[in-house]
Design a protein around this ligand. Structure first.
Ligand code: SAM
Length: 308
């Protein structure tokens, strides 16, 4: 279903299902030979959501090889490369938080936390407060499921159940956020699901709430001209067509907002952030994973690490 202004979801539907999908990819990546990440909660969380395709993928009943095999050899992106991409992405944000904590930051915010289990699987300084923001059904599901699994947070974890298109700064403040303290922010797998102007507002607001010494890590998605959009929609569809025969029923092209959007690095530099930008292929190489062919699905995503 196409996006609407105030649409909502759970983890089995619409944008919420993308959180389940990336958690399934983390489960696959966790079981890889020489894994780049270790997310023991990814598989049980995906199982609990109960979408058959993702459960089979997370449990290994359906392998990346099953999904990628076709007459021509490989589907345009392929699940195996998607799992590598998600492994590198997860590790980038894990490393970002480790560096921010080592630099003395004691307040962290995960924007659009989905099934991210960093509040349960990473080791954090004792005096740090971690805030997670996502839609209410997403927040409640993860919290309840992890409690049922017997998992306890490894940090002072505060959840903020609100849409990021609404007044989330007020909700964050009500949860105890201190705008005078340096903060480490992450936006992982989020910007593409926000319209371009909402992306600008989000970055502006983060800037306003960031005391000196704050850091921000963002997965930045490319801008598309009107001419590029049809081709991109077609590529997104082709990437997942093959998975459909195994029960996959998401259409990413309906969930993301395409169009011209600000280039995050330049936007943040203008706001006084010092920015380091790492293209996907450099990130894959950093963690010992094969780079993508330059025309593969998410090769033009850039990982931004900014400091104020
Ligand atoms: C691809 S998932 C990424 C989840 C998580 N960051 C990760 O990498 O595992 C996208 C997430 O963005 C959240 N999201 C997207 N738009 C949102 C909005 N307007 N308000 C709150 N959450 C949003 C979804 O609920 C979902 O959890």
């Amino acid at each position: 279903m196409p996006r609407t202004e105030n649409d909502t979801w759970d983890l089995a539907s619409s944008v919420g299902a993308t959180a389940t999908m990336v958690a399934a990819a983390r489960a696959v990546a966790t079981k890889a030979d020489n894994p780049v990440i270790d997310d023991p909660y990814a598989e049980p969380l995906v199982r609990a959501v109960g979408v058959d395709f993702f459960t089979k993928l997370a449990s290994g009943e359906l392998t990346a090889a099953d999904l990628d095999a076709n007459d021509s050899g490989q589907s345009p992106v392929g699940m195996s490369r998607f799992a590598d991409g998600m492994a590198a992405r997860t590790r980038f944000f894990d490393d970002f938080f480790a560096a921010a904590c080592a630099a003395g930051i004691r307040q962290a915010v995960i924007l659009a936390s989905g099934l991210d289990a960093r509040g349960y699987r990473l080791s954090w300084p004792q005096d740090l407060t971690l805030f997670e923001i996502d839609q209410p059904e997403v927040i409640t599901f993860k919290k309840t499921t992890l409690a049922q699994l017997g998992a306890a947070p490894t940090v002072d974890l505060k959840t903020v159940a609100i849409d990021l298109r609404g007044d989330w700064p007020a909700a964050l403040a009500a949860a105890g956020f201190d705008a005078s303290a340096p903060t480490a922010w992450i936006a992982e797998g989020l910007l593409g699901y926000l319209p371009p102007d909402a992306q600008d507002r989000l970055l502006d607001t983060i800037g306003e709430l960031s005391a000196p010494g704050s850091r921000l890590a963002v997965e930045s998605v490319p801008s598309q001209t009107v001419a590029d959009q049809d081709e991109l929609r077609e590529r997104m569809k082709e990437s997942t067509d093959q998975w459909r025969s195994h029960g996959f029923d998401l259409d990413f092209s309906e969930l993301v907002f395409l169009g011209e959007r600000a280039e995050v690095s330049a936007y943040l530099r203008e706001q006084g952030w010092q920015v380091e930008a790492t293209p996907t292929n450099d990130l894959l190489r950093r963690y010992g994973l094969e780079p993508l062919d330059s025309d593969e699905g998410f090769a033009d995503v850039v990982y931004v690490d900014a400091t104020r």
